[in-house]
Design a binder for this molecule. Structure first.
Ligand SMILES: *Cc1c(COP(=O)(O)O)cnc(C)c1O
Length: 489
């Protein structure tokens, strides 16, 4: 173990930090805390800084290059968000502090709840869920609680289109509902005839990802929602991809009853590498009483005449599904999203979505002659191309993805959605310039040529990264999390 940690950089006796002289009497440690051997590397501060700085530069990131990872919305995160999140009063706040000393944070959460209500057309919001999938679980539990509160316990079936995000069926299964998959039609919409067959008294609801994972807006969304509502079901909206809709359509207006946002996609805030995310859930009026406990409310109105601001507090919704997360959720994400929304304002948010959709369609237009687009119509913030050609039989989406890395582009999402063979799911986001989009399109076209003229260069890519092509299964199953000697100095 010892030799793995920071490898051979360790020199006995070298230190990077010295504790100050103690100004209190030393007290003995309990025996249970003591061990004979603690094989930590001994290094100077500079060694540690260089080691980790170098490691950080081995990764591709939004700050170093284009990152068109479909469904994930890897947009640029404005640095002002980071500054706001580091304001001492926010960063050093303790979640158990009394509300009297955390009014600033509660006010921020209150306004963020209100803005998310406004953006989606909803009546109430919980900021608690820690990610999109967690928001889905929360939303589906709310749907279940609603039916139960009406003693409508037969409703255990939930419909999920095959163009939904993979987290949707997983979430529903976890919450004890029976998942029924709905096929898409040839335009990438939900097949209405098959939907009608499932609209009966066992229907709890339908989970709609719109735009779906083909990057397409379901043209029949209102009809879908009407059919489900008429049968007594509720509509869950997967709003992870609100990046396409801000200021253009409010999900509640087309019949969505409960929706999660991904703050860490639509409203910037960094993500990847596992977290921390934030997946607030918004609901229509009749579901407000089921929201997770607690929500932030004004518990004493402002007294404007005497210049006294409102008092914010934490309130338990009357029929709450309970707590879904410790304390109030990932507060640092709230600060970033709040900053982002304030910085843009209503007009700015609408422009975000207009540009996200424009950028995706601009790329689509440049690539559709070279790559087959299985569901080819005006896309939203992303589109799905096929990474294969009949006259280049050995080339797969994976080879194209790997070859892109040689040009300092992060690969698009590949092999998802499952309903497209050799899928390449491309989401440029609104923060990229025309020059970057042109360079990416040019590279994609060049790679398509190489697939015919020099397939080997694709099969053996990437060539310019610190490691060549990895065995991805092995890399995931046999994680090496300690020092790699080549990169130590
Ligand atoms: C990303 C995403 C999710 C899941 O969000 P996480 O924060 O990764 O759990 C769900 N649905 C859609 C459409 C997504 O793009």
């Amino acid at each position: 173990m010892a030799e793995h940690l920071m490898c051979d950089l360790s020199v006995p006796g070298r230190v990077g930090f010295r504790f100050p002289e103690s100004d209190v009497p030393a007290a003995p440690l309990p025996d249970t805390l003591l061990r004979d051997d603690l094989p930590l590397p001994e290094l100077a501060e500079l060694d540690v800084i260089r080691y980790f700085t170098r490691l950080s530069q081995l990764n591709h990131s939004v700050d170093t290059g284009f990152y068109p990872l479909g469904s994930c919305t890897m947009k640029y995160n404005p640095k002002v968000n980071e500054e706001a999140a580091r304001i001492q009063g926010f960063a050093n706040l303790h979640p158990l502090q009394p509300i009297e000393t955390s009014q600033g944070a509660l006010a921020l959460m209150y306004h963020l709840q209100e803005w998310l209500n406004t953006i989606g057309g909803f009546a109430g919001t919980s900021l608690q869920p820690a990610a999109g999938a967690h928001g889905e679980l929360t939303g589906v539990l709310i749907i279940r609680a609603y039916h139960r509160s009406r003693s409508d316990t037969k409703r255990t079936k939930i419909l999920i289109p095959d163009s939904a995000h993979g987290t949707n069926p997983a979430t529903s299964a976890m919450s004890g509902l029976t998942v029924v998959e709905l096929p898409s039609d040839e335009r990438g919409n939900i097949n209405l005839d098959i939907l009608r067959e499932h609209c009966d008294e066992t229907l709890a609801g339908l989970m709609l990802t719109n735009p779906n994972t083909l990057g397409l807006f379901d043209e029949n969304v209102e009809e879908v929602n009407r059919l489900v509502h008429d049968a007594g079901g509720l509509i869950y909206g997967d709003g992870a991809n609100m990046n396409a809709l801000l200021g253009i359509i409010r999900p509640a207006d087309v019949g969505i009853d409960v929706l999660h946002y991904n703050l860490h996609k639509t409203f910037s805030t960094p993500h990847g590498g596992g977290g921390p995310g934030s997946g607030p859930v918004s609901v229509v009026e009749k579901l407000v009483e089921f929201l997770p406990d607690p929500v932030v409310k004004i518990i004493e109105e402002a007294d404007d005449e005497n210049g006294i601001p409102p008092l914010y507090g934490l309130v338990t919704p009357p029929q709450t599904i309970g707590r879904v997360k410790a304390f109030q959720g990932h507060f640092g994400m709230f600060v970033r999203a709040y900053t982002y929304i304030r910085m843009h304002g209503a007009e700015g948010l609408r422009k975000v979505s207009e540009h996200a959709v424009l950028n995706a369609n601009y790329l689509l237009a440049q690539l559709r002659d070279t790559y087959h687009i299985p569901y080819d119509r005006t896309c939203m913030h992303e589109f799905v191309a096929e990474g294969r050609w009949p006259d280049a039989p050995d080339i797969h989406a994976l080879d194209i993805a790997k070859r892109l890395m040689d040009f300092n582009f992060h690969p698009p999402t590949n092999y998802f959605p499952l309903i497209v063979h050799e899928a390449l799911m491309i989401e440029p986001t609104e923060t990229e310039s025309k020059e970057t989009l042109d360079a990416f399109a040019k590279t994609m076209i060049k790679i398509a040529e190489e697939a015919r003229t020099n397939p080997e260069i694709l099969k053996s890519a990437p060539h310019s990264t610190p490691f060549g092509r990895l065995d991805e299964v092995k890399a995931a199953k046999e994680l090496v999390l300690c020092c790699v000697p080549e990169f130590a100095r």
